[in-house]
Design a protein around this ligand. Structure first.
Ligand code: GLY
Ligand code: MN
Ligand code: MN
Length: 428
């Protein structure tokens, strides 16, 4: 493993919290993700299932967790199923978890091999009343392939059509949104790795560098520190920054341009999500600095405004209003544009066309309850931007905040963000 062992108390506590939300006499199952096929005989690297990881700390493919807190026999209350290691598997794929190792990672006392799942599952299905099954219910998920989880749901419902089925996802969204101290420490570690990458990147950015060389510096720092990219990095010089999900990262950086870096590290499956926008030649022009400071003011105000009890949509409206005012002050919008605008297509959207932030955790766009207010213990990104295509300029700044009563904590407070601090860093 590339990360230090995690106290299994995290996963035991998560399971206990979930069990308290289940109806009496319920059984719940969570499946690992598939190893997805690539071309020919190749496969993509396994992306661990975040729900399974949240409940067990287990990343290995084909693993299953079964919970049955009210089972008559204590040995049936929590069982982890793993693929059984064998010499052939070890020869081709290397080490697979032993039962003792899985017990130590997860804190689940009973670990069985997958071959024993069907018989045991049948027995317990005959004992329970409700069955909680899982699905990806992220509001923006677009799923065209059938997951291992979905196949399990389909097969279980086919075999046991008369059970009462319940959705696990809303419960997990509620739980996963609120981060424990251990989780916050892991996100902090991801932020620290991100900071190391950013500081290194700033040392090498200069006119003539290609975006991909900058990406390579992040990769070097992330990997040697036990991390990886939390998401495909966006390294966008000049007007490339106006394509919000630009991922080509193959263009030269020129003097006078800004370079937008939306790059975050992951550590132990927890993610950071940072954006900085830096001048390629080490100095902001007066105009760039003006727009930059406008974005930074919005970040400061909006991060303070993410208070427990506020609805995310009201928070977004406040952010929109702040950006709108900055756009007026920058001469990009006129009051008359605002008066005449279609309320469904407000004028500021020309320059600020995305959300102000999102929950962050085991997923970069992490889960939170579909309705309801921001809560203490959430980690939110705050990421205002102003994109001026006519000027070949896109500026976004993004930090990660732990939401707390009495003031949020900036988990990226150590990463330079003031325009002067960025210039200093680049001239060091
Ligand atoms: N890097 C993805 C995002 O900022 O949401
Ligand atoms: Mn980002
Ligand atoms: Mn983000």
């Amino acid at each position: 493993m590339r990360y230090a062992p995690i106290d299994p108390e995290l996963f035991t506590g998560n399971r206990d919290r979930l069990k308290r939300l289940l109806l009496p006499n319920s059984l719940a199952v969570v499946n690992a993700n598939d190893v997805l096929p690539a071309n020919a005989d190749a496969v993509l690297p396994l992306k661990p299932n975040p729900d399974l990881f949240y409940l067990t700390g287990i990343e290995q493919e084909e693993s299953m967790l079964l919970l049955f807190p009210d089972a008559a026999d204590e040995k049936h209350r929590e069982i982890l199923f793993l693929r059984q290691p064998d010499p052939r598997l070890e020869t081709w794929e290397g080490h697979k978890l032993t039962q003792a190792e899985a017990r130590k990672i997860s804190g689940v006392a009973r670990v069985e091999w997958l071959a024993d799942f069907p018989a045991l599952f049948h027995r317990l299905m005959c004992e329970c009343d409700h069955v909680y099954l899982n699905a990806n219910e992220h509001a923006r998920a677009h799923i065209i392939v059938e997951t291992r989880e979905a196949r399990f749901v389909k097969e279980t419902r086919r075999k046991y059509p008369l059970h009462d089925y319940q959705r696990l996802a809303p419960l997990l969204h509620r739980l996963r949104a609120v981060k424990s101290d251990t989780e916050v420490a892991l996100i902090r570690k991801a932020c620290a790795i991100t900071e190391a990458g950013f500081r290194r990147a700033c040392q090498i950015v200069k006119p003539g560098r290609n975006e991909m060389e900058v990406e390579a510096e992040f990769a070097r720092e992330f990997i040697r520190r036990g991390g990886g990219f939390a998401y495909a990095p966006i390294i966008a010089a000049g007007s490339n920054a106006c394509a919000l999900h630009y991922q080509q990262n193959d263009q030269p950086c020129r003097s006078g341009q800004l370079l937008l870096l939306d790059v975050g590290a992951s550590y132990a499956n927890y993610n950071a999500d940072m954006t900085r926008t830096i001048p390629v030649n080490g100095r902001f022009t007066r105009r760039q600095k003006k727009v930059y400071n406008a974005v930074l003011r919005v970040l400061r105000a909006v991060s303070a405004a993410a208070t427990p009890g506020k609805l995310p949509r009201d928070w977004q409206k406040e952010a929109d209003a702040l950006v709108e005012q900055e756009l007026v002050d920058l001469g990009l919008l006129k009051q008359s544009d605002i008066r005449r605008q279609n309320p469904d297509k407000p004028a500021f959207r020309k320059y600020f066309m995305h959300g102000i932030g999102h929950p962050l955790g085991l997923d970069v766009h992490d889960l939170a309850p579909a309705a309801g207010p921001i809560q203490a213990g959430w980690v939110l990104t705050v990421e205002p931007g102003i994109y001026i295509r006519e000027e070949g300029l896109g500026i976004r700044l993004e930090n990660n905040f732990l939401i707390q009563n009495g003031g949020n904590v900036d988990l990226m407070a150590g990463i330079p963000i003031e325009a002067d601090a960025i210039e200093d860093l680049m001239h060091r």
